[in-house]
Design a protein around this ligand. Structure first.
Ligand SMILES: Cc1cc2nc3c(=O)[nH]c(=O)nc-3n(C[C@H](O)[C@H](O)[C@H](O)COP(=O)(O)OP(=O)(O)OC[C@H]3O[C@@H](n4cnc5c(N)ncnc54)[C@H](O)[C@@H]3O)c2cc1C
Ligand code: SF4
Length: 535
C-alpha cells in the first residue's frame, strides 16, 4: 500500500492551507502540478516515495501558491473609442514590473508542455525564468537563439492555440502570458541603447538565394547566414517583410518593429535586394547560373480569392489584400501621401479570419459609420484569433453571422448599393469537422452598404511555378515540397504560405527554419562534407 501523507503545510507567506496528498511515484511533475491545481482542499491523491520527491514537490507547490493569481496580468490597451479613430498600436505592452510579476506565475515545469506547442521551439521556461529574475538581456539571448522575429511573434502569433494552450497553468486559471512576455523582452532589447556589438558569422563561401522577405524567407535567410552561408533575399516589393508590412495593419504590428527586426538580420550579413520579381526580373535557373547553390522559395500566398457571385466587378468592391496594401504600404490613411482610398460609409467585410478582422478595423479607422462582418458559419467556427475578435467588437464592428452573400447589388452608375445575403443554419460536420452551412433561401435579405470587402482567403501566385521548369504544384496551387522542404526540382526548397496556402507567421517561420537545415544538409552532401547534427 502506498505511503499516505496528508496536510503538509508550508509556512511561507501566502501558502497557508496548502495540502499535498499522496501521489504515485511514477507521475510526471507536470501532472502532479496539474492535479494540485485541480485539487481543491480535501481531495485525496495517492502518493508513494514521498521522501525523494518531497523537496521538488515543495518547490513546485510553493511557486504555484506564492504566485497568487490564477489570471494573466492584463495587457494595457488604448481605449476602444479612441483607438477606433487612429492607427496607433492598440496593445501597449507590459511594464518591467508587470513582466516580472507575470513571469513569476510560471512554474518552470521540468517537462514544459508549452515548448512542445511552439513551432520554432523557443526555450520558453528558460527565458521566462530570466524575466522573473529581471535579467532581460539573458532572456533575449535565449529567445533569439531559436526565434529571429520575437517582437513580431510576441504581437501576432496565435499563442492561445500553441504554447499557451498547453501551459499547465491553464489547467485551472489562465496560462502564463508567454506571448506578452516575449514581446516585452523583444521591445526591451529594441529600446536599449548600449547593445553589445553584433557578431557576424564568418562566410563559408557558398551562396544561397531566398525568394521573398516574409517570415519564411527572413527566418530561412537568418538561419543559413548563422551557418556561414552568403545569403541574398530577392523581394518583389520596395519594402521587406511580406505580409508583416503590407497585410497586418500598423495598429496591430507597427512597421518600425518589423523594420528593426529586419535590421537585426542585415546586421549579421543577410543581404536583401528589393524590387526584384523572380520569374520576371530573373528566373530561378538564372540564379543558379549566378552561382547560387540552393534556392528557397518563400513567396507566400498573395493572390486573393473571390466569391464568384454577381456584382463582384462593381465599384466599391475590394479584396482585403488591396485595401490593406493601400493602407499599410501606401499609407492611404495619411493626408500627406499621394495614394488616397475612396471614403466609405457602410461596409460589409465577407469572411471571419484575421484578415477579415483587420480589414474591418481598417475600414472603421478610415471613417466608415458602420462595418459588418458577414460570415456563413457561427462564432465557434470563426478562424480569427479570439483577441482580434474581441478587439473588433470593442471597436464597434457588427457581426452578421450565419449569413452567406449571394449577390452584390449596384446602381445605374455601377456603384455598390447593397449586399444580398442568404441566412444559414448549421448541419452536420464536414470532412474537416466544421458544421456545414445550409441555406434558408426563402429568408434572403439585403444589407444596405456602399462598400464590400472580400476576405475569404488567398492562394499562391502562379508566377514562379510557371517560369521554373521542374517545379510541381498541389491541387490548390501550392508548391509541392516534402517534410524536408525539398521540391521536385534539385536544389530548390520551399516553405511557408507558398506551400501550405495562407497559414500563420509562426508556421511560416518554422518552415523557413526547417528549410535552412535541409539546405545546409544538401550543400554539405554535394561537397562530400559530414551532415549537420540532427535538428
Ligand atoms: C491581413 C493579414 C493578417 C494576418 N494576421 C495574422 C496574425 O495575426 N497572426 C498570424 O500568425 N498570421 C497572420 N496572417 C498570416 C501570416 O501573415 C502569413 O501566414 C505569413 O506572413 C506567411 O509568411 P510567408 O513568408 O510564407 O509569406 P509572405 O508573408 O506572404 O511573404 C512572401 C513575400 O514574397 C514576396 N514575393 C512573392 N512573389 C515573389 C516573387 N516572384 N519574387 C520576389 N518576391 C516575391 C512577397 O512580396 C512577400 O514579401 C495574416 C495574413 C494577412 C494577409
Ligand atoms: S509556461 Fe506554463 S507550461 Fe511552460 S514552464 Fe511555465 S508554467 Fe510550465
Amino acid at each position: 500500500m502506498a505511503d499516505k501523507v496528508t496536510n503538509i503545510e508550508f509556512d511561507k507567506k501566502g501558502k497557508q492551507n496548502v495540502t499535498v496528498w499522496n501521489v504515485p511515484a511514477e507521475k510526471e511533475h507536470t501532472q502532479i502540478v496539474e492535479e494540485m491545481l485541480e485539487t481543491e482542499n480535501g481531495k485525496e491523491l495517492d502518493m508513494s516515495s514521498l521522501q525523494e520527491r518531497l523537496p521538488k514537490l515543495k518547490t513546485i507547490v510553493a511557486k504555484a501558491v506564492a504566485s497568487q493569481t490564477l489570471l494573466k496580468h492584463t495587457m494595457p490597451e488604448q481605449d476602444p473609442v479612441v483607438r477606433a479613430t487612429n492607427f496607433d498600436e492598440v496593445a501597449l505592452g507590459y511594464s518591467a514590473e508587470t513582466a516580472i510579476a507575470e513571469a513569476r506565475r510560471c512554474l518552470n515545469c521540468p517537462n514544459p508542455r508549452c515548448r512542445t506547442g511552439c513551432p520554432v521551439s523557443v526555450r520558453i521556461p528558460e527565458f521566462i525564468a530570466k524575466v522573473a529574475e529581471g535579467d532581460f538581456d539573458a532572456a533575449y539571448e535565449i529567445i533569439t537563439s531559436t526565434n529571429a522575429l520575437p517582437a513580431v511573434c510576441g504581437r501576432v502569433c496565435p499563442q492561445e492555440r500553441q504554447c499557451e494552450s498547453r501551459c499547465v497553468r491553464g489547467v485551472r486559471g489562465e496560462s502564463v502570458a508567454i506571448g506578452r512576455l516575449e514581446r516585452f523582452v523583444a521591445d526591451y532589447h529594441m529600446a536599449k541603447q548600449d547593445k553589445p556589438p553584433v557578431e557576424v558569422p564568418p562566410s563559408n563561401g557558398h551562396k544561397v538565394a531566398v525568394i521573398g522577405s516574409g517570415p519564411a524567407g527572413l527566418t530561412c535567410a537568418g538561419d543559413v547566414r548563422k551557418m556561414g552561408y552568403d545569403v541574398t533575399i530577392f523581394e518583389a516589393f520596395h519594402k521587406s517583410g511580406g505580409v508583416l508590412v503590407y497585410g497586418i495593419p500598423q495598429f496591430r504590428l507597427p512597421k518600425e518593429i518589423v523594420a528593426a527586426e529586419i535590421e537585426n538580420l542585415k546586421a549579421i550579413g543577410v543581404k536583401i535586394e528589393n524590387n526584384v520579381i523572380v520569374g520576371k526580373s530573373i528566373t530561378i535557373d538564372e540564379l543558379f547560373e549566378e552561382g547560387y547553390e540552393a534556392v528557397f522559395i518563400g513567396s507566400g500566398a498573395g493572390l486573393p480569392q473571390f466569391l464568384h457571385i454577381p456584382g463582384e466587378n462593381l465599384m466599391g468592391v475590394y479584396s482585403a489584400n488591396e485595401l490593406l496594401t493601400r493602407t499599410n504600404l501606401m499609407k492611404a490613411y495619411r493626408d500627406d501621401y499621394d495614394t488616397p482610398i475612396k471614403r466609405f460609409n457602410k461596409v460589409a467585410v465577407v469572411g471571419a479570419g484575421n484578415v477579415a478582422m483587420d480589414a474591418a478595423r481598417v475600414a472603421k479607422r478610415l471613417g466608415a459609420s458602420e462595418v459588418h462582418i458577414v460570415y456563413r458559419r457561427s462564432r465557434t467556427e470563426m478562424p480569427a484569433r479570439q483577441e482580434e475578435v474581441e478587439h473588433a467588437e470593442a471597436e464597434g464592428i457588427e457581426f452578421n453571422l450565419l449569413n452567406n452573400p449571394c449577390a452584390i447589388l449596384g446602381d445605374e452608375n455601377g456603384h455598390v448599393i447593397g449586399l444580398e445575403c442568404v441566412p444559414q443554419e448549421l448541419g452536420d460536420p464536414d470532412a474537416r469537422g466544421r458544421r456545414t452551412p445550409i441555406p434558408k433561401e426563402e429568408e434572403k435579405w439585403v444589407m444596405d452598404v456602399d462598400t464590400v470587402i472580400i476576405a475569404i482567403g488567398t492562394s499562391p501566385n502562379p508566377l514562379i511555378r510557371s517560369t521554373t521548369p521542374g517545379l510541381t504544384t498541389t491541387r490548390k496551387g501550392g508548391i509541392d515540397a516534402d517534410d524536408m522542404a525539398h521540391t521536385e526540382k534539385v536544389a530548390v526548397f520551399a516553405g511557408g504560405d507558398a506551400v501550405t496556402g495562407s497559414a500563420t507567421v509562426i508556421l511560416a517561420m518554422g518552415a523557413g527554419k526547417n528549410a535552412a537545415y535541409w539546405i545546409d544538409e544538401y550543400i554539405r552532401r554535394i561537397h562530400g562534407e559530414p551532415p549537420p547534427p540532427p535538428q
